[in-house]
Design a protein around this ligand. Structure first.
Ligand SMILES: C/C=C/C(=O)SCCNC(=O)CCNC(=O)[C@H](O)C(C)(C)COP(=O)(O)OP(=O)(O)OC[C@H]1O[C@@H](n2cnc3c(N)ncnc32)[C@H](O)[C@@H]1OP(=O)(O)O
Ligand SMILES: NC(=O)C1=CN([C@@H]2O[C@H](COP(=O)(O)OP(=O)(O)OC[C@H]3O[C@@H](n4cnc5c(N)ncnc54)[C@H](OP(=O)(O)O)[C@@H]3O)[C@@H](O)[C@H]2O)C=CC1
Length: 447
């Protein structure tokens, strides 16, 4: 039995759940990995020069044992997230430390502590097997998986599953991720695949869409409301392309920051009107490595006021971090919110605290999304209210190049990876719904 037989079953319109349940599973499968004995390979290099193409491998790996509450999924497509870039350059830490720590928590969790890490935090595919205690999902179900892995044994996470002390991001802080032909997930990660999308389109939004939803829309994040001026950094990137859609769909006013004409055009196509090209306008928030330039914050704020008719920002959607954080705090209006989920350019932020406390601003830390938020975010995709922002797909063996593109900011929106899917465009079940949204679905394509 090989993965080819699984693919044949997925592609046959006659396959039933019983057929999938009866399919013998292969002993091994192909997966994208990083290797524990290579974590020092980039020592001494600048972040920019650490090349994911050198650290990312395509290996044959043994199928992991299936535990209670878990599912094995045949992965048709996945996507590249920035967390896989971090893993592949071993920054800010090697992810093998996460796997070791997880492995110490239980007998079953020991499976994750291996000398290789199968990465990837998105998937669209078909359930192959479910473990004991799983009743809501069965072999043959077409699914996407969100990346929140929690144990739920502590009351700390019972109100908001992101607060579980054993909260992990699947495929980053756990093994057996989605950039592979088969993945292992907790069944609570599964959600119905939006039926109007192809496999690669369905796999694209998951992580970033859920994160943007909590960070911007949810009351656990900024709780955006109609009319809010929302400053969105990287508005055509992974997170930003969903934040921009949420702002527009929710009646807010996105002020989109991008770094090229091409990216500005994408934002216009999404429906945004207020766009700042940070490259063309040459903002230099730092005079040198340690000193910021408040005059540049002011020039940036003045530009925002020009675009909003004199108003300041209600919510900043932050993730570049060190480079932009001082400016983000400055341009926020009195009582406004800076919500942050990352620090791509550096995590030791510096800002002028007088502008925060004197103007009663708030900084909110946000990370992925809880079970419910991830489900709500996926529902919006399934309803065609928010659309995938897939620009390009790569074959599984070219994942290193895909991660390189994202690391070097050469991509637009999301970059997809075909795992078992032999070509793009497969897996669409509701053609009528798709036809209604096809222009929006293809907005980021081939730009
Ligand atoms: C969905 C996608 C998301 C993304 O893409 S996010 C971007 C990618 N992710 C990242 O870049 C984050 C990567 N993760 C990290 O960098 C690290 O993961 C953290 C910095 C978040 C945490 O580091 P750690 O080493 O796990 O934790 P510690 O707190 O630095 O060290 C643990 C030790 O510190 C003790 N400790 C914790 N809090 C306190 C306290 N308040 N007072 C005293 N000690 C404390 C603990 O007990 C423990 O101790 P003991 O090592 O002895 O076991
Ligand atoms: N905590 C969480 O749950 C999550 C955290 N993240 C983190 O968020 C970050 C962004 O992820 P994602 O959106 O997928 O990545 P992308 O690379 O797809 O998009 C980020 C965009 O930010 C802009 N940007 C990058 N560097 C800077 C800078 N120095 N100054 C201003 N703008 C900058 C770029 O847009 P342009 O060049 O057009 O300005 C870029 O396209 C990563 O660090 C990732 O790890 C992501 C998802 C979830």
């Amino acid at each position: 039995m090989t993965v080819k037989d699984i693919l044949a079953a997925i592609q046959s319109p006659d396959s039933t759940s019983e057929d999938f349940a009866a399919l013998p599973l292969p002993e091994s499968y192909r997966a994208i990995t990083v290797h524990k004995d290579e974590t020092e390979m980039f020592a001494g290099l600048a972040t920019r020069d650490k090349d994911p193409r050198k650290s990312i491998h395509l290996d044959d790996v043994p199928l992991p044992e299936l535990g209670p509450g878990e599912a094995l999924v045949a992965v048709m497509a996945s996507s590249v997230n920035y967390n896989s870039v971090w893993t592949s350059i071993f920054e800010p830490l090697s992810t093998f430390g996460f796997l070791e720590r997880y492995g110490r928590t239980s007998e079953l969790a020991k499976r994750h502590d291996l000398p290789y890490h199968i990465i990837g935090s998105d998937l669209a595919g078909v359930v192959l097997r479910t473990g004991p205690g799983v009743n809501s999902w069965k072999p043959g179900d077409e699914v996407v998986a969100h990346c929140l892995s929690v144990e739920l044994e502590s009351s700390d996470g019972h109100n908001d599953t992101m607060l579980d002390p054993e909260q992990r991001i699947w495929g980053f802080e756990t093994n057996f991720g989605g950039l592979a032909e088969i993945a292992l997930v907790k069944s609570n990660q599964l959600m119905p695949k939006p039926d109007h999308l192809s496999w690669e389109e369905a796999a694209a939004p998951g992580l970033v869409n859920s994160t943007a939803y909590r960070q911007l829309v949810s009351r656990n994040g900024a709780g955006m409301k109609q009319g809010d001026n929302v400053l969105i950094w990287g508005a055509s990137g992974g997170l930003g392309s969903y934040a921009t859609q949420f702002a527009l769909a929710g009646g807010a006013n996105p002020i989109c920051v991008v770094s090229s004409d091409q990216k500005a055009e994408i934002c216009r196509k999404m429906g945004a009107e207020a766009i700042i090209d940070r490259n063309a306008e040459g903002y230099k928030f730092w005079k040198d490595e340690n000193t910021q330039d408040p005059k540049e914050w002011k020039r940036f704020g003045k530009r925002i006021r020009e675009l909003t008719g004199g108003e300041d920002i209600d919510i900043v959607f932050e993730h570049p971090g060190r480079e932009t954080f001082g400016a983000s705090v400055f341009v926020t209006r009195k009582g406004g919110t800076i919500t942050t989920c990352a620090s791509t350019s550096g995590y030791m932020h510096q800002y002028d605290n007088r502008y925060l406390w004197m103007s009663l601003k708030r900084i909110i830390g946000s990370h992925f999304a809880n079970y419910r938020e991830a489900w709500e975010a996926n529902r919006l995709i399934a309803k065609g209210k928010i659309h995938p922002t897939l620009s390009k797909t790569y074959a599984l063996e070219d994942t290193g190049q895909a991660a390189y593109d994202v690391h070097r900011n050469l991509h637009q929106g999301k970059v997809g990876v075909l795992c078992l899917a032999p070509e793009e465009g497969l897996g669409v079940r509701d053609h009528e719904k798709r036809a209604k949204h096809v222009d929006a679905i293809n907005r980021f394509r081939n730009i």
